[in-house]
Ligand binder design. Structure first.
Ligand code: OOG
Ligand code: MG
Length: 261
């Protein structure tokens, strides 16, 4: 484990790259002994600073939970990041990308929790009971690393490339849809650029909630009611630029439409 001061120093580096939109080398180039846990230590520091600045915690994002994303990024272990409320944009609205380095869009499914979930191993039924609704989402990711090249400790320290997100379409109760087989088409400027099904996410997106709850448990935390969780992209991520129109169509759950500015 890296020393507390070093973790704070890495948080400074990430914080600066995020706010200046300047790409940096991956953290492990300068700190080769950094571990994934150190990366989460950096997230803890970032969260503390963001809350001090008056920002509000919104939820967790899972990343690298589908084969498409693991292959695209060359990392085959899922990871978690933090989402803040001020990074949400409305369905039908515009996503500002001026403060981003090389934004990409992903199609995702979100869980919105109505009860706390805790413990080392929760069942799918317990997850359904604790889920208020599931909802289509798109995530805009923006790695702070040059050319989107990173390893697991570095991407975790960079809060898993979190940039912006849009919740939209039609929220559904988790038992009203077949969460393992929901199809999705991602379109940019009317061109279908990717297709996937929700089972691409760890076989079933609720497995992400299981993983998250047990990971939180290991850190002495619980998944709280009211929290939003993005289960991770079922498609690969696609580069976007100002002027683009994004449409993500979800089977049985409506669609999300946004412009990029
Ligand atoms: C890391 C974040 C991945 C997802 O949904 O898989 C992610 C990255 O690819 O930059 O958000
Ligand atoms: Mg994502």
């Amino acid at each position: 484990m890296l020393d507390r001061n070093v973790i704070e120093k890495i948080a400074d580096i990430v914080d600066e790259a995020q706010s200046s939109a300047r790409a940096i080398a991956k953290i492990t180039d300068a700190y080769p002994t950094m571990t994934v846990d150190d990366g989460y230590g950096v997230q803890d520091v970032l969260l503390r600073r963001w809350l001090e600045r008056g920002r509000e915690f919104y939820g967790y994002k899972a990343g690298l939970t589908s084969r498409a994303k693991m292959v695209q990024m060359g990392v085959d272990v899922p990871a978690f990041g933090l989402m803040m409320r001020d990074t949400c944009d409305p369905d039908g609205g515009t996503i500002p990308t001026a403060g981003l380095i090389h934004p990409r869009v992903e199609a995702e499914i979100a869980f919105v929790m109505s009860r706390d979930l805790a413990g080392p191993e929760v069942s799918i039924e317990e997850i359904y009971d604790a889920t208020d609704y599931v909802q289509p989402a798109i995530e805009i990711i923006d790695s702070r690393f040059e050319n989107f090249r990173f390893d697991l400790p570095s991407v975790v320290a960079d809060n898993c490339s979190s940039a912006r997100l849009v919740m939209g379409g039609r929220p559904r109760r988790p038992r009203e849809v077949d969460l393992a087989t929901l199809g999705c088409v991602l379109e940019i400027n009317g061109d279908p650029v990717d297709f996937a099904a929700s089972g691409a996410i760890l076989g079933h997106p609720a497995h992400v909630i299981q993983l998250l709850v047990s990971w939180l448990h290991g850190r002495g935390q619980v998944l709280k009611a009211g929290t939003v969780v993005l289960a991770g992209a079922m498609t690969a991520a696609h580069a976007i630029k100002p002027g683009d129109a994004i449409c993500a169509r979800f089977q049985d759950m409506g669609s999300i439409n946004v412009k990029v500015s």
